[in-house]
Design a protein around this ligand. Structure first.
Ligand SMILES: Cc1cc2nc3c(=O)[nH]c(=O)nc-3n(C[C@H](O)[C@H](O)[C@H](O)COP(=O)(O)O)c2cc1C
Length: 379
């Protein structure tokens, strides 16, 4: 058991929840810069994909130094693949590794991963323990080659460590594949410091119905550094309301375990004031905020000022600039940016017309032109 950065965080911890398809590197950069959450967690990445050399999956593991502490989230059901994925995250310089045991989607939980693990406590424990073993082996000097990480993934990691961020949509070119285009942008070269990184869990209160006490006790037997608990069952998906009474039960259990683990509550927190109220009522060490961050990177900021239309349009442009810098060299990759543009542009005069135009945008230049036109028509 190793608590790592989790035990050093100022409390209350108010962090950004991982959101697949939303909290990519550009979104996390904006949130870290404008809101400064206590901790950020990446979108989840499939351990099997990494195991099979899918370099594309590493797009989720791009991050900026401003995000620290930043945690890599992984999911799957194959313990050996988890072992290797821990090496990947550690070599990429993350501050911690989070295991997803909460995703309700059929594609994930149907394969026994994500919230599917709530129904298989023995496998859930095996996965936590193999991740803890992996980080110990990595801290003791075991290499990516010795851990048998896929060669394409090793090539990518070595490029990043040398200061070149290759295109994540294809495997980087190797010397014997000279014809393969090597697209890359620069990043800061680094050598990861081998140390024990904390392993944490993000999960739900149950599968069909709440089984909080039993499930949290099962997890605590493995001594994870942090547990984030979303107050819904898998069956609820995102419907109904998060049950903060169940989260309070879990907080008691985690603190009674007495080894210093933290617990974060999660579900339906809409403002900083909301977060503070939940923390006071339930005794959790903090919360993660998910959906309320859409179009609102300032949500974590202690100065809860009202943000003008101008602020929001400037943020939309800055976000697009960052997105383009990170992902722009990949043809046809503008679509994921559009939902963010829609979220920035709501609840102000003629926002709907602006949104419709932005949905047709395909580049930073398009976004800048559309926003400039809006500003000239709406002085
Ligand atoms: C679009 C979307 C993607 C999500 N992806 C992930 C994910 O990759 N990993 C994870 O642990 N939870 C994921 N979640 C769940 C959120 O992290 C969070 O637990 C949930 O949205 C409840 O918190 P909220 O009410 O503050 O949004 C996702 C949620 C949404 C809406």
């Amino acid at each position: 058991m190793h608590l790592g950065f989790w035990e050093k965080l100022a409390k209350p911890i108010i962090g950004l929840s991982p959101m697949d398809g939303v909290s990519d590197a550009a979104f996390r950069y904006m949130t870290a810069k404008h809101g400064q959450p206590t901790v950020l967690i990446t979108e989840f990445t499939n351990v099997e994909a990494l195991n099979h050399g899918a370099v594309k999956a590493l797009a989720a593991f791009i991050y900026d130094q401003v995000e620290r502490p930043v945690v890599a989230q992984i999911y799957g059901s194959n313990p050996e693949a988890f072992y290797k994925a821990v090496f990947v995250a550690a070599e990429l310089g993350f501050d911690g590794i989070d295991i997803n045991m909460g995703c309700p989607s059929k594609a994930v939980s149907g394969n026994g991963a994500g919230a599917g693990l709530i129904r298989d406590p023995a496998l859930a424990q095996e996965i936590i323990r193999i991740c803890q073993k992996a980080i110990q082996d990595w801290a003791n000097g075991k290499t990516l080659y010795e851990a048998e990480v896929h060669r394409d993934i090793i090539d990518y990691i070595e490029s990043v460590q040398k200061g070149l961020m290759p295109d994540t949509f294809e495997a980087p070119a190797r010397p014997h594949q000279e014809n393969r285009p090597q697209k890359a942008r620069s990043c800061i070269p680094f050598t990861p410091k081998r140390r024990l990184l904390p392993i944490s869990i993000k999960t739900r209160i149950g599968y069909e119905k709440p089984v909080t006490a039993e499930w949290i006790s099962t997890l605590l037997e493995c001594k994870p550094a942090n547990i984030t608990l979303h107050g819904r069952t898998l069956r609820q998906m995102y419907t109904g309301e998060a049950d903060w009474n169940e989260i309070a039960k879990a907080a008691k259990l985690v603190h009674a375990a007495g080894y210093g683990a933290t617990i974060l509550g999660n579900g339906d927190v809409k403002t900083l004031a909301d977060a503070q109220k939940r923390i006071a009522e339930t005794g959790v060490d903090g919360v993660l905020i998910g959906r309320a961050t859409f179009g609102n990177p300032w949500i974590f900021s202690k100065q809860q000022t009202q943000h003008s239309i101008n602020d929001r349009l400037s943020a939309a442009i800055e976000h697009t600039e960052k997105y383009t810098e990170i992902f722009g060299h990949e043809a046809g990759s503008f679509a994921p940016m559009k939902k963010h543009l829609g979220w920035y542009c709501s609840d102000f005069p003629n926002a709907k017309e602006l949104r419709l135009k932005l949905m047709m945008a395909n580049s930073l230049a398009d976004v800048k032109n559309i926003i400039a036109e809006y500003e000239s028509l709406n002085p």
